[in-house]
Design a protein around this ligand. Sequence first.
Ligand code: FMN
Length: 173
Amino acid sequence: MITIISSTNRPGSTTLKVAKYYQKRLREKGVEAGLLSLIDLPPYLMVTALLKGRNEAFEPIQQIITQTDKFIFIIPEYNGSYPGVLKVMIDACAFPESFYEKKAALVGVSAGKYGNIRGIDHFTGVCHYLNLHVLPLKLHIANTKQEVDADGNLFKEDTLKFTDEQMDKFILL
Ligand SMILES: Cc1cc2nc3c(=O)[nH]c(=O)nc-3n(C[C@H](O)[C@H](O)[C@H](O)COP(=O)(O)O)c2cc1C
């Protein structure tokens, strides 16, 4: 199973728009992918994530993670890195089986001009620690205000070329 993770809980995020675009484009390529938005994490997860016996409200999310063997993380740049809520989610997951020997593609998203290069590097380090194999082609979508149209679609020629190439490689991963 493939799951696209929209890696922020910010309402109205561009990240969720990009995640939905990836889901739509993969469907056009004949590949079904689920979508998990971190806006759907249970409230108080930061308080309960590390409780022994685990937080029941997190179980549906854990089930999705357990059943997924290939992830696409769409990750916004927040203060020069990936959002803390993404790390909270990872830390709440059962270790090591949730991500061990699974596969991932990473996409950075930023309002500024660097497309979350640092955050994607930081998160790549976490993936390596988890034995989560990262597709070498990592994308950085910068200047998001100029990248997503009113219907939530990416439309720039070079962005379409590279996102398509990444998805094609991810399907074969
Ligand atoms: C808490 C926070 C921190 C941010 N820090 C950065 C940053 O360091 N660099 C940058 O280019 N954009 C930064 N942004 C802007 C986001 O990258 C921008 O909103 C982008 O569209 C992706 O975030 P979104 O999915 O929340 O919309 C930040 C936004 C928030 C909410």
